[in-house]
Design a protein around this ligand. Structure first.
Ligand SMILES: *Cc1c(COP(=O)(O)O)cnc(C)c1O
Length: 416
């Protein structure tokens, strides 16, 4: 660890803040679009209203919504209601806000497990989940926490979950199937309708992980671009996770986890009543939660509305089209599969992409990479549309340099 001790004396606020500014100089230039994941932008005004609303509720605690901050509870219920409407479960569904996709997924897996325990009448029963090998590691994190087996199944040639291959891995202890909409590695949407059919036939819980695409896909679809149905309009879908802090363009940490009906959602809250302080009930894994994230999400949804999200989706997808044209114009590069949204994985025939990535890193771009198959990886928001011309120019140069002198710029490795 760094050789740092607890400070004996405090420092003036401006001195501390100046030091922070100095330290962040070593970070990657995300504002300039040089970080291909972790940060998102829809529009200047969405970012600033999210931040202003977060600041307005900076001190409040969403854990205290029921007893002290009814406005926070109301804002949260309205965010969830808006989300249910967007995903085709208005009126009948129920859901919760969480601090992120991983928390939403862990909670949905626990709800599904408890639903299966109830159906089997066995409070200690443990089963397994069958997921495509493109599913997010949060499912394995849930498995590790709850001692559940997670069976990862290879995807089809189209890079999407293969329902027949998944069915082959089911047994009597399988309680859950997962579809990603889209998956992170390739950005393609799994065949949710077919998996819904399989879930119904085998009486399984189907979770749709729309963490990364949930708040973008409906608007891309309304633009008339091909996006298959992936939400509660598909029979068999039990629950769905969608991250506000990704393509919802809301401040971190904020996600939604939604259920087809209130009886499924009722499995999520944790209730405890055996300690000196009286009944304790929370719907989330965490206790104390930033009310700022609740207010920020509400404000961004209210500010953008469907027309605002459509406008962003239109500008973003035109940027993605331009990016694809630029990639196609570079000899040997091609986009893997048929991604519907703004995640692109780019393979390079006859080139080592890990070496190309090292050359991009030397030009100031944090590399995004896949290892199976080897590919460059990019999750585009407006940050990346604004910097697209620079990225394409540098990529063209990096590829040319790599052809002249293979491996001469070093080599990167793929990691999330
Ligand atoms: C980002 C992501 C998650 C996890 O979300 P966090 O907010 O990082 O916890 C889950 N699934 C997919 C497909 C993701 O891209």
């Amino acid at each position: 660890m760094d050789d740092v001790r607890f400070p004996e004396r405090g420092l003036a606020a401006d001195q501390v803040l100046a030091e922070l500014e100095e330290r962040r100089a070593q970070d990657a230039d995300w504002r300039g679009g040089r970080v291909p994941l972790f940060v998102f932008k829809g529009s200047e005004s969405a970012t600033s209203i999210g931040q202003a609303a977060f600041d307005a509720y900076f001190n409040e605690n969403a854990l205290g919504a029921a007893r002290a901050f009814p406005s926070v509870g109301q804002l949260e219920r309205e965010v969830v209601a808006m989300a249910l409407d967007l995903f085709g479960a208005a009126g009948q569904g129920a859901g919760y806000m969480t601090t992120g996709g991983s928390e939403s997924i862990v909670l949905a897996v626990r709800a599904a497990r408890d639903h299966a325990r109830q159906a089997r009448g066995r409070a200690d029963w443990r089963g397994n989940l069958v997921v495509a090998d493109t599913a997010h590691p949060a499912f394995d994190k849930a498995g590790a926490l709850m001692d559940l087996e997670v069976r990862r199944v290879r995807v089809g040639d189209d890079l999407r979950a293969d329902p027949a291959a998944m069915e082959d891995r089911l047994d009597d202890d399988t309680f859950m199937l997962v579809a990603s909409a889209p998956c992170f590695p390739y950005g393609v949407i799994d065949p949710v309708a077919e998996l819904g059919e399989l879930a119904r036939r085998r009486a399984l819980w189907l979770h749709v992980d729309a963490c990364v695409g949930g708040y973008l896909a409906p608007f891309v679809r309304r633009l008339g671009r091909p996006v298959p149905a992936f939400d509660f309009s598909v029979p068999g879908v039990h629950s769905l996770s969608a991250d506000l802090h990704k393509f919802g363009f809301c401040p971190k940490p904020a996600s939604t986890v939604l259920y087809r009906d209130t009886s499924l959602a009722a499995h999520q809250p944790f209730a405890f009543d055996v300690w000196p302080s009286g009944p304790f009930t929370t719907a989330t894994l965490v206790g104390t939660r930033p009310a700022g994230a609740v207010a920020g999400a509400w404000a961004v949804l209210r500010h953008l509305g469907a027309d605002g999200y459509m406008g962003i989706a239109d500008r973003l997808m035109r940027g993605v089209d331009e990016c694809r044209r630029g990639i196609g114009a570079i000899d040997g590069l091609r986009v893997l599969g048929h991604p519907e949204l703004s995640i692109l994985a780019v393979a390079a025939d006859g080139l080592d992409v890990f070496s190309v990535a090292a050359r991009m890193k030397a030009r100031g771009w944090v590399p995004g990479l896949l290892r199976r198959p080897p590919a460059l990886h990019r999750m585009m928001s407006m940050l990346h549309v604004e910097s697209l011309a620079d990225w394409l120019r540098d990529l063209d140069e990096a590829v040319a340099a790599e052809r002249r002198e293979p491996g001469g710029g070093g080599r990167e490795t793929a990691r999330y």
